[in-house]
Write a protein that binds this ligand. Structure first.
Ligand SMILES: NC(=O)c1ccc[n+]([C@@H]2O[C@H](COP(=O)([O-])OP(=O)(O)OC[C@H]3O[C@@H](n4cnc5c(N)ncnc54)[C@H](O)[C@@H]3O)[C@@H](O)[C@H]2O)c1
Ligand SMILES: Nc1nc(=O)c(N)c(NC[C@H](O)[C@H](O)[C@H](O)COP(=O)(O)O)[nH]1
Length: 259
């Protein structure tokens, strides 16, 4: 599948919100696509396409600018995501180089990754990187066989000390960002969802437990209704700053951020 090129106006619109060439700490971008009623899928466990072709290309362009891409266990199970970059590669070598490191947040160590998982099919074809799974230490110790099996498939499992004993999920973001920066040597991460991950990270940023440098949201002109999986943090949050809006085909994209 080849994605349509982005016009120069889209590139300049995004430029300020991308990770800069050098940044002292981990640069975190939160990005997702939502409906007009702030739903990101039709229901739990359902994969729902919201982005049109232009904003889909934009997401892949963002992927090419980040070292890592993080999704939660719920998204991994619902979407079977490939988590690679399909834009702008002209060939396979390019696709591997521009693809971020896929990171799956799965404290309970419950997801099944098999040879048929899209992320591993991409890695085996050389068009994506092998993933890392972040799990709680207690769950890691409970499943030695699973770790060996995953290792054979090329999947790395990393533990986060005390992840499950955090009193709030907002607090666990500090540990997650530390692990990305110091253990995986990641300088920029793009967090794609799902709703639990997004709601917690927004709250963590509000509570200053985590840093979010950019927020890039695609709004699709559709209502998904009350049954949809909703982005709605548990508290009202501060108004986003440095916001700009631009049409991408039938969608609108909002960018916000501080460097
Ligand atoms: N439209 C979009 O841009 C988009 C993006 C991603 C996912 N989705 C959709 O979202 C749905 C999945 O969302 P969800 O909310 O069910 O699952 P999720 O992907 O947010 O994963 C939830 C799991 O992640 C882990 N987790 C989340 N926050 C954590 C934290 N702070 N600390 C430790 N662990 C944490 C926990 O294991 C939790 O059970 C699916 O339907 C998927 O299709 C849509
Ligand atoms: N930008 C965006 N628009 C959407 O309409 C949608 N459903 C997602 N969802 C994000 C989530 O992370 C998905 O899992 C990946 O979009 C799967 O896609 P890939 O196989 O990795 O290309 N993201």
């Amino acid at each position: 599948m080849s994605l349509a090129p982005l016009p120069p106006s889209a590139l300049s619109f995004l430029d300020f919100y991308l990770p800069p060439k050098s940044h002292p700490n981990l640069f975190t971008t939160l990005t997702y696509a939502a409906s007009l009623d702030s739903r990101i899928s039709l229901g739990p466990g359902l994969r729902t396409t919201l982005s049109g072709p232009e904003s889909k290309t934009m997401t892949h362009y963002l992927r090419s600018h980040h070292d890592a891409i993080l999704v939660g266990a719920g998204t991994f199970v619902a979407d079977n995501p490939g988590l690679n970059c399909q834009y702008p590669p002209a060939d396979t070598k390019n696709a591997l180089e521009c693809s971020p490191l896929p990171v799956v947040l799965d404290p309970g160590f419950g997801i099944e990754i098999t040879q048929q998982s899209k992320v591993l099919l991409n890695a085996a074809q050389g068009i994506g990187k092998y993933p890392v799974v972040l799990v709680s230490e207690d769950r890691y110790l409970a499943f030695p066989d699973k770790i060996s099996k995953l290792k054979l498939l090329g999947v790395r499992v990393l533990t986060i000390h005390n992840l499950s004993s955090q009193t709030s999920r907002s607090k666990s973001w500090k540990l997650i960002q530390n692990t990305l920066q110091h253990e995986l040597n990641v300088k920029s991460v793009m967090v794609e969802g799902g709703a639990e991950v997004i709601n917690d990270l927004l709250l963590a940023s509000h509570n200053e437990d985590a840093t979010v440098n950019s927020v890039i949201i695609t709004i699709a002109p559709v209502y998904l209704g009350k049954g949809g999986v909703q982005v709605a943090p548990s508290l009202p949050l501060d108004r986003l700053t440095n916001t700009k809006w631009e049409s991408f085909g039938r969608d609108v994209v909002m960018v916000s951020g501080v460097r």
